[in-house]
Design a protein around this ligand. Structure first.
Ligand SMILES: NC(=O)c1ccc[n+]([C@@H]2O[C@H](COP(=O)([O-])OP(=O)(O)OC[C@H]3O[C@@H](n4cnc5c(N)ncnc54)[C@H](O)[C@@H]3O)[C@@H](O)[C@H]2O)c1
Length: 246
């Protein structure tokens, strides 16, 4: 029970890393507000767990960050952990990328993280073990063709998180980001359904496999729990060693 009585928000909780994290946090004793877009399978995340409360919302919608934090505080009486995990990807060469595409990716991946953190901070200040965890990506450090918006957003997450750590340390709030490698989730399902592509990415890791959502959830649990209490401003690669040869 590494998160006994902790109160958490997890975004992107209907699928992949967010679902695994919401369930692992709940298993470890936390109460979790599981947030994802309306129409997504939040019920599948909840199952029969009373400690998971579902909250369908588009985190980029006006007023959504305020409503999400208010819902957690109302349901649980406070907030200890904000796990900003929801994210989107997309591929377009810079020459052909529309402003809408740039804004869509950056709106979810970094702007909404900033707004949710801003709303959460006043409540985190009164938590005994306050944590902000933001999902970035190894693409915060690397790149690939067509990933300008995604890479910029994830490098933005790193910069945002380091600054949060600096500004909030005096309140005992830690802020860290996770850099997943190649993980089998909804985001990568189409690519990794092709065994050749999945095989290439698996072999890039010294561990010779793709990551699973639970691999990242365990990293998030470390940062959320007392074990991570003196870690702040850190980017935790959970990539099976993918980046060693980059
Ligand atoms: N899968 C990978 O290989 C990989 C690698 C590096 C980083 N990441 C990051 O991990 C995070 C989780 O992604 P995943 O891989 O589990 O993918 P996923 O698609 O399985 O889950 C992402 C979830 O975020 C939700 N979401 C997207 N936009 C939203 C919005 N506007 N409001 C509310 N919810 C929204 C989606 O509905 C989805 O359920 C993302 O930030 C992603 O960039 C993933």
């Amino acid at each position: 029970m590494r998160l006994k009585d902790r109160r958490a928000i997890v975004t992107g909780a209907a699928s992949g890393i967010g679902r695994a994290s919401a369930q692992l946090f709940a298993e470890q004793g936390a109460r979790v507000l599981a947030v994802d877009r309306p129409g997504t399978d939040l019920d599948g995340t909840k199952g029969n767990r009373e400690s998971i409360v579902t909250h369908p919302a588009d985190i980029t919608a006006k007023g959504a960050p305020q409503a999400i934090v208010a819902a957690a505080v109302k349901a649980f009486g406070g907030l200890d952990i904000l796990f900003n995990n929801a994210g989107v990807s997309g591929r377009a060469f810079v020459e052909e990328m529309t402003e809408e595409e740039w804004d869509r990716v950056n709106g979810v991946n970094v702007r909404a993280q900033f707004l949710l953190a801003r709303e959460a901070i006043p409540h985190l200040k009164s938590s005994p073990a306050p944590r902000i965890i933001n999902t970035a990506s190894v693409m915060a450090e690397a790149t690939d063709f067509g990933l300008a918006a995604y890479c910029a957003s994830k490098a933005g997450v790193a910069g945002l998180t380091r600054t949060l750590a600096l500004e909030l340390g005096k309140f005992g709030i830690t802020a860290n980001y996770i850099e997943p490698g190649a993980i089998q989730t909804g985001m990568t399902a189409k690519n990794f359904a092709d065994p050749t592509i999945a095989g290439v990415w698996a072999k890039k890791s010294p561990l010779r496999r793709l990551g699973q959502p639970i691999d990242i959830a365990r990293g998030a649990l470390f940062l959320a729990s007392d074990d991570g209490g003196f870690v702040t401003g850190h980017g935790l690669r959970v990539d099976g060693g993918l980046m060693l040869r980059c």
